[in-house]
Design a protein around this ligand. Structure first.
Ligand code: SAH
Length: 220
């Protein structure tokens, strides 16, 4: 049995509480990703070094919470906009092998780190590309995910030409979002028509570190 404070046991308990069924192989890969992320973070800045909570909770489990509001389908194409060190794209790709994930970021060294981690983890359903999302043309996605990247109206402007007709943008955000959502709906009425509707979901009762965090879903 792993020690209860070990990342493996922590993650397994949290996922069970959320009724998120993971295979032992998925759990192993998520824990291994946490270890790689920490290792890379010592070389280049990928995630905050503030040690207020373990990486496995603060970054990896946080990313998995998207599955509370979205079920990844077979053949679904997902874009992670501004992935940094692979968040939320890599954890989601580990638990949703039936979908394919493209991770993009404007910072080359972050994408190099992602590519190395994807190779080490042997994830066949993920690709990482160094580019600004504005430069991505000729591809469309069923879903765009994004964690702590930009204001909602900016994410929607980036996402609009890249999303399928029934696609949605799911982002992990912090703090008070009332103004941000209002601005984004106003911009949509004036310009690109996306989003038509926005949902804001608090993350409750999981862990106090998520008390200020929200899952925001923008629909066409
Ligand atoms: N999602 C990651 C990183 C957040 S930091 C996480 O949760 O840890 C924000 C990232 O977005 C940075 O790595 C930055 O390079 C990237 N980014 C910002 N604007 C971008 C754009 N227009 N295209 C691609 N990446 C962008």
């Amino acid at each position: 049995m792993p020690h209860p404070q070990q990342p493996h046991a922590i993650l397994e308990a949290l996922c069970k509480e959320q009724s998120l069924a993971l295979t032992p192989e998925m759990l192993d890969k998520l824990v291994e990703y946490g270890r790689l992320l920490e290792e890379w973070n010592n070389k280049i800045n990928l995630i905050s070094r503030k040690e207020d909570a373990p990486i496995i909770i603060k970054h990896i489990f946080h990313s998995l919470l998207i599955t509370q509001h979205h079920t990844f389908q077979t053949g679904e194409k997902v874009l992670d906009l501004g992935t940094g060190g692979g968040l939320p794209g890599i954890p989601l790709a580990i638990i949703a092998p039936q979908a394919t994930f493209l991770l993009v970021d404007a910072t080359g060294k972050k994408i190099t780190a992602c590519q190395e981690m994807i190779a080490t983890l042997k994830l066949p359903n993920v690709t990482a590309r160094h580019l600004r999302v504005e430069e991505l043309h000729g591809e469309t996605f069923h879903t765009i995910v994004s964690r702590q990247v930009a204001l909602l109206n900016k994410l929607c402007a980036y996402g609009e030409p890249l999303l399928h007709a029934k696609g949605k943008l799911i982002c992990l955000k912090g703090g008070s979002l009332e103004q941000e959502i209002k601005q984004s709906l106003e911009a949509s009425q004036k310009h690109h028509g996306f989003p038509a509707r926005v949902e804001e979901h608090p993350i409750d009762e999981v862990s106090p570190i998520f008390s200020e965090k929200k899952i925001v879903i923008a629909y066409r």
